[in-house]
Design a protein around this ligand. Structure first.
Ligand code: AMP
Length: 540
């Protein structure tokens, strides 16, 4: 194997002895890759290899050292990251861990005021930002936190050395839940949690991690977490040139490093069905698509399977509190001879991941029989230690030693979990539960419907009534469509479930991770349909 191992990083323990050797720091994933495969490409942009594993580890060590020395941080201090995807991301993330600090990756599309709120909540003393965010963040002010331009930080020189020793349960990543409702909370993921999530990915994604990882989804969310397994296997992390995901940047990266694995939320996966963005000739350069993070409607999934083939698809269900690690739908689950059984599997999020227990429970926490809907509970080494500085929310969410996900679902006899909705999005009409997801699935089967979201509108008689927000497939007029959709629903669902109003909008409001903001839709009810939301749509 090429040149000598990276000088000065220290020895690597034998596989399986990391914790025993006190090497609990998640940065040891990178350390080991650097010692064992120093010349393997580690960070790439477009078709260019920017760093090999030796170089990446040395940069992480230097950045970690600079954070301690130049900014006076102590192990355990938080470092907020206001960074869009750039090849610097892995350097900074691992640099923070290398020094025993806590990373707080923030969604790069937040408003400056929202960044400031998170920085204040976690008490970060340093906020590292990519160029375009330093202006707005400087203008906003971040309290006592020092704003550091990533170019400056990554330009610092430093001595290589091994990662800092940390306690197994020391915080490593504060994952701010994407805040589709209420004030965001920081799910505290420990070094042990991140190692367990990585082990689980290695066990369950299998040969999906034996490829380069193309980062078309934000590193601050599942994309960054799944990337850890690729580091563990010394595979390249590839960033589309300039950070933009276009037909040209995709083609360049796929031709240079394909077949690649990538993570995509359903909205983006739907876009990748378009040959104008991803031509048919490039599909063989896709190794595995890890998708999830929001509901994948069956209608869309069937088209995705038809285009990419079952063998390329792997769905993960998780949440910041147990990131990307609750259940999975494996490639082989996406295919089968029995159309009915296949249909049921495609409507599910698969089975429990390696190392976690999943159960469905009633409001008192008692397990319910297969086929009965209840709240999804999770237990295992990937579950957060709690919310940052929020003991009451932690106690509520982790009561009885189980993570209460707030998702409603049911298990079948084979252990496949079907999510029916978020508990808080449930519509209760005249005492009957209406699961918006079920109504949305039906609406999407109408050819004129591109996207649909159903929420409950207050009603003096029924408590709530379902209202559907609909995006037209072809941008055509809406004359007669309401009656057609009502007839479509009446032919396919119980009468009480049918939407009582249809509001046609140009796009649905979504957060930058692609989740529909139902709180915002509830706020729009009562306003005229032209109250289209200009913030709608997800950019990668
Ligand atoms: P976040 O913590 O921001 O990642 O949001 C997690 C929530 O997204 C979960 O609690 C689910 O409601 C939803 N979610 C995540 N993955 C899936 C999936 N594969 N299918 C359906 N919903 C999902």
């Amino acid at each position: 194997m090429g040149r000598a191992p990276a000088a000065g990083l220290g020895a690597v323990p034998r596989a399986g002895t990391y914790a025993a050797a006190g090497r609990t720091n998640v940065a040891y994933l990178l350390h080991r890759a650097a010692v064992e495969a120093p010349d393997a490409p580690a960070v790439c942009e477009g078709a260019d290899v920017l760093r090999d594993y030796r170089g990446l580890a040395e940069r992480a060590a230097a950045i970690g050292g600079a954070l301690l020395r130049a900014y006076g941080l102590r192990p355990g201090d938080r470092v907020a990251l206001a960074m869009r995807n750039t090849p610097f991301y892995p350097e900074v993330l691992f640099g923070v861990w290398w020094a025993g600090l806590v990373a707080v990756p923030m969604n790069a599309r937040l408003h400056p005021r929202e960044f400031a709120q998170l920085v204040e909540d976690c008490g970060a003393r340093v906020c590292v930002a990519t160029g375009e965010l330093t202006g707005p963040l400087g203008g906003q002010g971040l309290g006592p936190a020092v704003l550091v331009d990533v170019d400056e930080l990554c330009g610092t020189a430093g001595r290589p050395g091994p990662p800092a020793g940390v306690a197994d349960d020391a915080p490593a990543w504060l994952f701010y839940t994407s805040g589709t409702t209420g004030r965001p909370k920081g799910a505290t993921l420990t070094h042990r949690n991140l190692r367990a999530a990585t082990d689980s990915a290695l066990a369950d994604i299998g040969d999906g991690v034996e490829a380069s990882m193309l980062h078309i989804a934000p590193m601050s969310h599942a994309g960054g977490l799944f990337g850890l397994a690729h580091v563990a296997r010394a595979r390249a992390q590839v960033f589309p040139r300039g950070g933009a995901v276009t037909a040209d940047t995709l083609e360049e990266a796929l031709r240079a490093f394909g077949p690649v694995t990538f993570f995509a939320v359903p909205t983006i996966l739907r876009r990748l069905l378009d040959p104008a963005l991803l031509p048919d000739g490039l599909v063989p350069r896709v190794h595995r698509i890890l998708y999830g993070g929001a509901p994948m409607y069956r209608e869309d999934l069937e088209r995705v399977v038809a285009r990419f083939g079952a063998g390329r698809l792997w769905q993960g269900y998780g949440q910041g509190e147990s990131p990307g690690t609750i259940t999975h739908l494996r490639p082989e689950d996406h295919a089968g001879d029995d159309p009915e059984a296949l249909g049921r599997r495609l409507a599910s999020v698969g089975r429990a991941r390696t190392g976690v227990e999943v159960r469905v429970a009633d409001p008192d926490g008692r397990e319910v029989p297969a086929g009965t809907t209840g709240e999804v509970l999770v237990r295992g080494a990937t579950v957060m230690s709690g919310y940052w500085n929020a003991p009451e929310a932690t106690a509520r969410t982790l009561r009885g030693g189980w993570l209460h996900t707030g998702d409603l679902g049911r298990l079948d006899a084979d252990g496949f979990l079907t999510l029916v909705d978020r508990a808080k999005d449930l519509v209760i009409s005249g005492g009957s539960n209406i699961y918006p997801r079920e109504v949305e699935e039906v609406l999407l089967r109408h050819p004129a419907v591109a996207e649909a979201a159903v929420v409950g509108a207050p009603d003096p008689e029924w408590g709530e009534l379902p209202v559907a927000f609909v995006v037209r497939a072809d941008g055509g007029g809406t004359a007669g469509l309401e009656a057609a959709l009502e007839a479509h629903c009446l032919g396919r669902m119980a009468r009480y479930k049918r939407p009582r109003r249809f509001l046609f909008v140009a796009a649905l409001p979504k957060n930058s991770y692609g989740k529909v903001l139902k709180t915002e839709l509830r706020g729009l009810i009562g306003r005229p349909p032209e109250a289209d939301n200009p913030r709608a749509g997800t950019a990668i």
